[in-house]
Design a protein around this ligand. Structure first.
Ligand SMILES: [Zn+2]
Length: 262
């Protein structure tokens, strides 16, 4: 086993993560010691101002162009500082470049904890995005696989698309002005903010992040596996809730990884 310890960071503005349960899940499945910590940037709070500045520079202002660093305004820096110190949850969704964000996280981890056998898994409500050169635009990502790895709770909700009918219905109902009716019609077919289902779904993303680090392969082709890279909310709910386990092949790989575990 390549990892001796997992450091798991909470996102207090999203209590539905249920960090204690997630920690137990990782410990049980990967047979590894797990240390639960508070929100990443408040755990390493000695450099809050610097981090706030860096986070503000990692924001995306044009989703149709590759990342370009720009000097943040003092307002943007204060906003970031507040998100670290008060866990203020604004309803505005801010997009961050996932690789820049990951780099800020990596730079914050002290050298004593940066060894390859220590795996850092950060839960964040910030929407991490990556630029796709195939369609020349940014896309939201639920998970940034690396060490440190980032799971974006906003990404889980926003990145896999809602049913096609939802978007069609949204358009029709917007004209007719009955959005609430439509929301009821699709209730349960996609994740909402502060959805209790998040605690179960986030376990699948934690598995993807760990599989990536342990095997280089985070995803599975099968929808009947928690490593399935869902592009649609229905597929996400299917693989993480209806199925809720690894396929046989991936279970075997995991058994092999953890076989000498006591
Ligand atoms: Zn699989």
């Amino acid at each position: 086993m390549k990892i001796s310890k997992v450091f798991l960071y909470d996102e207090p503005s999203v209590p539905e993560i249920n960090i204690t349960e997630l920690g137990k899940f990782i410990k049980k499945n990967f047979c590894v010691e797990v240390e639960i910590r508070e929100q990443f940037f408040s755990f390493f709070k000695e450099s809050t101002r610097k981090i706030a500045y860096e986070l503000a520079t990692s924001r995306i202002f044009n989703p149709l162009a590759p990342f370009e660093k720009r000097t943040p305004t003092s307002e943007e820096i204060i906003l970031e500082e507040n998100s670290i110190t008060n866990f203020t949850n604004t309803s505005n969704i801010v997009m961050y470049d996932g690789f820049e964000f990951r780099q800020i996280v990596a730079n914050t981890i002290p050298e004593t904890e940066s060894q390859p056998d220590k795996f850092h898994l950060i839960c964040s409500d910030k929407l991490t995005c990556t630029y796709d050169y195939e369609d020349y635009r940014y896309h939201g990502r639920a998970v940034i696989c690396s060490n440190p790895a980032i799971i974006s709770t906003t990404g889980i909700i926003e990145a896999p698309a809602k049913p096609r009918e939802y978007y069609l219905g949204m358009f029709e109902n917007m004209i007719q002005g009955n959005l609430d009716m439509m929301k009821n019609q699709f209730k349960g077919k996609y994740l909402e903010y502060h959805d209790v289902k998040l605690s179960e779904i986030i376990k699948g993303y934690a598995m993807q992040a760990l599989f990536y680090y342990l095997t280089g392969q985070p995803f599975c082709e099968s929808k009947n596996c928690r490593l399935y890279n869902a592009h649609w909310q229905d597929d996400l709910l299917h693989s993480q809730l209806t199925v809720g386990k690894l396929c046989n092949d991936h279970q075997k790989i995991l058994d092999e990884i953890t076989k000498n575990c006591e």
